[in-house]
Design a protein around this ligand. Structure first.
Ligand code: ADP
Ligand code: MG
Length: 345
């Protein structure tokens, strides 16, 4: 009998990020898609989620609209968030619905309200989840990096996602201090759009700006391993016709400087707010960078020189949170102190 139940089990770890949603099933990443939904403007019917919806982004017409359901680390559009979660779960396929015990752990930003938590639980109910837990992002990130979160030792995690940078100190299965600022990946992308307009007189879209960030984004104007210049197509503001220009990482480092300074200052504030005993741990262990922003060239070096602390970039930083969520899912009994069960909200 036990074996039968085992057969009909489906377990999903979900990282519901502002920029990307990831799902791990049986230890494997089965969904890694941008957090976006395309729907019919009139009927509100979902047309596509994830990458497919992203392809329609900024190219929509009266019939179709695209929505990023999460903004600044919170759920901005409940209905769209629900449709997105359902759509992504449908991508992997729900195992036979009857007799299948669906268990999920969903990672949520720590700034989320009780109402929003309930909305996430409701979305889980919609896909017939029988057992659902939530886990806070910095905790999942720490687990995903492989830190021992149950120890009486402080660790600082800096997670730079799409909408927010979250800086948390974790010890004894709890979040001791937590700072969240709205300067993160999206803001850096905006900086690049603004810069291209001001400096080069060209209009570029969000996706092109993101490509620039990935190809020649930098936090320092001098890098040991500089990337090659990047060619960009945009629309000339004067003539209105498409034009191509080339950008260097030095330029982009300048364009991003102000936002990076805001992130640095938040890190310094978080260090100031850390109780002294834990601060002394952090001086020893250093800071851990996760989230897509951790991949920005030279960011680790820049934060290290500002704080005079060692800075580590997590392996595969875009997946640290979902890996940690999956670790919690694999042993919910052990990790109960850091999980949020249905009944608590
Ligand atoms: P979230 O958890 O909010 O969904 P992610 O951790 O998935 O966010 O990170 C997404 C952000 O990381 C996006 O803003 C994306 O542009 C940015 N990003 C991804 N790769 C890079 C890179 N190589 N350099 C700089 N930023 C990056
Ligand atoms: Mg994230």
């Amino acid at each position: 009998m036990m074996k039968l139940f085992g057969l009909f089990k489906q377990e999903l770890a979900i990282d519901l990020g502002t920029a990307n949603t990831l799902i791990i099933q049986d230890g494997e990443v089965v969904v890694d898609e941008p957090s976006i939904v395309a729907s019919n403007r009139r009927t509100d019917e979902t047309i596509a989620v994830g990458r497919k919806a992203m392809q329609m982004h900024e190219k929509t017409h009266e019939e179709i609209k695209t929505i990023r359901p999460l903004k600044d680390g919170v759920i901005a559009d409940f209905k769209a968030a629900e449709n997105m979660i359902e759509g992504m779960i449908r991508m992997i396929g729900r195992k036979r619905r009857f007799f299948t015990h669906l268990k999920m752990v969903i990672c949520i930003p720590s700034g989320i309200t009780e109402v929003e938590k309930r909305a996430v639980f409701d979305s889980a109910d919609h896909v017939d989840s029988k057992e659902t837990y939530l886990i806070y992002e910095p905790m999942a990130a720490a687990l995903g990096i492989g830190l021992d979160v149950e120890e009486p030792v402080g660790n600082m995690i800096i997670d730079i996602g799409g909408g927010t940078t979250e800086i948390a100190v974790i010890a004894l299965s709890g979040i001791v201090t937590d700072q969240s600022i709205r300067t993160a990946g999206d803001e850096l992308t905006n900086d690049i759009m603004g810069y291209m307009k001001r400096q080069h007189n060209i209009l570029i879209g969000e996706r092109t700006a993101e490509q620039i960030k990935i190809h020649v984004g930098a936090a320092l104007p001098e890098l040991e391993h500089p990337p090659e210049d990047f060619a960009v197509n945009g629309r000339d503001l004067m003539t209105g016709i498409p034009k191509q220009i080339t950008v260097s990482y030095q330029e982009i480092a300048g364009a991003l400087d102000e936002s990076i300074t805001a992130i640095e200052e938040a890190v310094l504030r978080a260090l100031e707010a850390t109780p002294p005993e834990l601060a002394s741990d952090i001086y020893r262990t250093g800071l851990y960078l996760t989230g897509g922003g951790a991949l920005l060239r030279g960011l680790d070096k820049r934060i290290a020189s500002k704080t005079k602390l060692p800075v580590h970039i997590a392996d595969d930083p875009l997946r640290a949170v979902v890996r940690g969520t999956s670790a919690a899912l694999a042993d919910t009994d052990r990790y109960m102190p850091i999980l949020i069960p249905r009944g608590s909200v």
